[in-house]
Design a protein around this ligand. Sequence first.
Ligand code: 5MM
Length: 338
Amino acid sequence: MDTIGQLHQTIERLTSPGRGILAADESYPTITKRLADHGIESTEENRRFYRSLLASTPGIGEYVGGIIFFEETLGQKNDDGVRIPEACEQNHIVPGIKVDKGLVELAGSPGDKVTQGLDNLGDRLDGYVEQGARFTKWRNVYAITDRTPSRQAIDANAEVLARYAAIAQSRGMVPIVEPEVLLDGNHDIERCAEVTEAAQTAVFDALRRHNVKLEYIILKPNMVLPGQDNPRPSVETCAEYTLQVLRRTVPAAVPSINFLSGGQTAEEATAHLNAMNQADGAKPWVLSFSYSRALQNPVQAAWKGDPANKADAQQAFLKRARLNSMARQGQYSPDMEA
Ligand code: 5MM
């Protein structure tokens, strides 16, 4: 199959009705922190057990079309000796891979960061394809303060994100494009909207400059919310602000927008997604999820690092994924939490 055929097949699978994406691609420091929050040690065996538990949850393929992994996981096997990417395929899930190499200071722009990882990216992707990965993810980060993000941070990050997306497509891998405006801070929702609009505008300008085929990307943005030190407006207000920014910035050619959760509670992230899918007005894209914490927190709380809790953890994952699938269709209500 040629690269366009591969991109087409993968995007169809990732965006099929009722489904979203699980982000289980935490790097070593991040997974160590996430597991520590539940009293679990981040050993190689615990990471293997936990991520294969996610991939092999019975029935999860009805709600989750893709899982993004960290590169360690692609080489690991589940308890039956099946490689985790293959276990995903057996469960009707497309395996994907986070390919950025994290953040560094952006020289000349104090307080801003830029994402690295373009060196040898094409060769690395060839290796990930060999291991079974069919899509990729790259995350940019924009912190809101009085001085950040600067114009050069917005432009530099957009440029690397577009170069990554072009390289991924050249290998037949669907790129998830993730420009994350962080929730940290005491800014209001207007400021989040302004920064998100500026970041996404620059990203789509750069994607065009680099001839990225918008039909074969997934946008993974933050929702538009006030900084976490401020009270949250209503779920409907956040949904309206987010939709307004998306309508201004995201071409209709983009098939799917899969939000990150960014530190919201599991229930908040589901309610916000549901409100967007229920809202009136133009929405030419699928609106779905690509959560990490908002899907995994309840799973880690149920697992507690004890193999005996595997079935409970899988039930927690199935519940959260099903509720987000309902929200993706605008059919969730908070009483379903019970
Ligand atoms: C923003 O982080 C992404 C989505 O997670 P949330 O839904 O929890 O906001 C997530 O995919 C993130 O990129 C990974 O956890 C990897 O993070 P690090 O910092 O380890 O690269």
